[in-house]
Design a protein around this ligand. Structure first.
Ligand code: ADP
Length: 615
């Protein structure tokens, strides 16, 4: 057979930068390379094992699956070999030569700037293989795919600008990666060191790992043990092994379900932090699906509703046939059963945590709340339970503290008939909102809705314990303090309101005397039919058409500025300065809301007013 010669390829610019970053900033944990290579070999073995169940036409079918590592202390060389699925030429070019996920480079750079070690995260980015360049200057991969008609290839690179690919004779399937260790990493040419690292990081690989002739891992299915038999340290290591997370998980759930139409075991975890993918693109991994100890899918999203897809771990069932395709597995009724049982169990888990370990629950909530809360809009069967699990900051709580709706309702005054909320893009902005003044003065607690998702779940909450949720800036708000009506019939005030209407014309829906303002002169509120401002902003951000809604300007005649203005109005209703001030007040309210359209006009007018008063 005619073989092609050695072909040379340049890395893309992004890949080059990424390599630079990896080589020059990850040396704090050089042993990470070993974990990454074993994890890749293990993935490749899982793939071939699954394929062998459904396809007879596989190269080397029947060989014992395993990972073999050999080192040569004298020559400082390291070799890792697996008989997994192997790689085609395209795989080599596409999986090894490019950065899989966009944004990876930026994210790693940012971590470096923040002095966090990107090495800790590397396995989560689909660039784990490249950690090998921490310990080697030049790396060779020899691989052959498990397809019968496949060919062997050799890939080499020094991890700088380019790599080469060449066809070779390779009789068996799988991948062998070999390199000479750099001087500062020569300890990995010692068997005992390699064994030590594997015991720490990779003890839970599904396949035997041999160093020299010795098998050094247990290959036990931890999730098949009973809860009392599982030690914290081993389950933490297991979690880190399957997720590539460098931190211990926040919480663990061990399930053994029998009867009720489904049978499975599961070992589930909530991570301490939301992984990169969850934050950026929502393409994170969820749980692994095993059938009788054999992995069928390493990321089985169908097992969990989307809002619970922060959960990681393993589900192992005997309800699924092994020798069918993934599509059949995904669509099987057994899957639906498992999924609904899992959902119930996970919600119970969160309920227990919220009750017994509120701090831990808050930590979970702060990290995964935005995803979790979407469940209110999708899982109607569990709606009531999810509502109980919501937490909010409020005007009465300190920053960072959160309360449940039960807490809120429990401390409502008897006269209060509604649950009040204020939506804003941060707690700071919520606290500065003039519409809060009235509630503050009367010591009425207000929920702060500061996550973008919050405003979308309000309609799903609707009411809690027969108390409807109401935005503080909804103009028809029923005042609850029993305050004496302000002097609405004041003729002067009425004429002044008319002047405002005349001046602002159709920039506002209406101008009204305010009942809610205490310290501020003016505020903008939403009309009864109007859309919540946060909601409007979000919809615009998502590129949706939003009907242009005008606001109602509320004015506080008690405010010194308003008093002065009305005095001026009595002296001369046609005073030019009056109109200027009214527009300026209106735009100031817009400015606070982040809705000011022309800063230049605003400043120009301010200059004119200042000129006038300093004359
Ligand atoms: P990740 O494993 O997170 O996708 P890596 O950079 O470690 O990122 O590997 C990139 C890809 O290269 C893998 O997804 C896989 O397709 C391929 N690969 C790496 N090592 C092996 C191996 N030993 N056998 C088969 N394929 C491999």
């Amino acid at each position: 057979m005619e073989k092609q010669g050695v072909e040379k390829f340049e890395y893309k610019a992004e890949m080059k930068q990424l390599l630079q970053l990896i080589i020059h900033s990850l040396y704090t944990h050089p042993e990470v390379f070993l974990r990454e290579l074993i994890s890749n070999a293990s993935d490749a073995l899982n793939k071939v094992r699954y394929r062998q169940l459904t396809d007879d036409n596989v190269l080397d079918k029947g060989v014992e699956l395993g990972i073999h590592i050999s080192v040569d202390n004298a020559k400082q060389t390291f070799t890792i070999r697996d008989n997994g699925i192997g790689m085609t030429r395209d795989d080599l070019m596409n999986s090894i030569g490019t950065v899989a996920r966009s944004g990876t480079l930026e994210f790693l750079k940012q971590m470096k700037e923040e002095n966090r070690n990107p090495g800790d995260f590397i396995g989560q980015f689909g660039v784990g293989f490249y950690s090998v360049f921490m310990v080697a200057d030049e790396v060779t991969i020899e691989t052959r795919h498990a397809d019968q008609g496949s060919r062997g290839y050799r890939w080499t690179s020094s991890g700088e600008g380019s790599y080469t690919v060449q066809e070779i004779d390779k009789s068996d399937r799988g991948t062998t990666i070999s390199f000479r260790l750099k001087e500062n990493a020569k300890e990995f040419a010692e068997e005992f060191k390699v064994k030590q690292v594997i015991k720490k990081y990779s003890n839970f690989a599904d396949f035997p790992i041999f160093v020299g002739n010795e098998k050094i891992n247990a290959v036990e299915a931890l999730w098949r043990k009973s809860e009392s038999e599982i030690r914290d340290d081993e389950s933490n290591e297991f979690y880190k092994f399957i997720t590539n997370d460098f931190e211990d998980p926040l919480a663990r759930l061990c399930l053994s379900i029998e009867g009720a139409g489904s049978e499975f075991k599961a070992l589930l975890f909530i991570p301490k932090r939301a992984p990169f993918e969850l934050i950026r693109v929502r393409q994170h991994k969820t749980v692994q699906l095993y059938s009788k100890k054999i992995m069928i899918m390493d990321d089985c999203k169908e097992l969990l509703p989307e809002y619970l897809q922060f959960v990681r771990g393993v589900v192992d069932t005997s309800d699924l046939p092994l020798n069918v395709s993934r599509e059949v597995v995904q669509a099987s009724p057994a899957m639906d059963k498992i999924s609904s049982t899992l959902t119930t169990k996970i919600i119970q888990w969160l309920q227990r945590m919220a009750g017994k370990e509120p701090d831990l629950y808050l930590q979970f909530y702060k990290n995964f709340g935005p995803l979790f809360k979407t469940g209110l809009n999708t899982d109607f069967a569990n709606r009531d339970k999810l509502v109980e699990l919501l937490r909010f900051e409020t005007s009465a709580s300190k920053a960072g503290e959160m309360v449940s709706l039960k807490d809120y309702v429990g401390r409502m005054k008897e006269s209060q008939k509604e649950i009040y909320y204020l939506s804003a893009d941060s707690r700071e902005h919520a606290e500065q909102n003039p519409n809060l003044e009235y509630f503050r003065k009367h010591e009425i607690e207000v929920l702060f809705l500061v996550e973008p998702i919050d405003i979308f779940i309000v309609p799903s909450i609707g009411e809690y314990e027969q108390k409807p949720l109401k935005s503080v800036d909804q103009a028809d708000i029923q005042m609850v303090s029993g305050d004496a009506e302000k002097k609405e019939d004041d003729q002067l005030a009425k004429s002044f309101v008319d002047l405002c209407k005349e001046t602002l014309k159709d920039r506002v829906e209406d101008v009204r005397l305010s009942k809610r303002l205490v310290d501020s002169a003016v505020t903008l509120v939403t009309g009864e039919q109007g859309m919540d401002r946060q909601m409007e902003r979000m919809m615009k951000m998502m590129g949706q058409e939003v009907p242009k809604s005008r606001r109602i300007l509320e004015i506080n005649m008690e405010h010194p500025v308003m008093r002065n203005l009305s005095r001026r109005y009595i002296a001369n209703p046609g005073d030019d300065m009056l109109k200027k001030c009214i527009v300026q007040l209106y735009e100031s309210a817009q400015l606070i809301e982040g809705e000011l359209s022309s800063r230049a006009d605003y400043v120009k007018r301010m200059m004119e007013i200042m000129e006038e008063v300093t004359k």
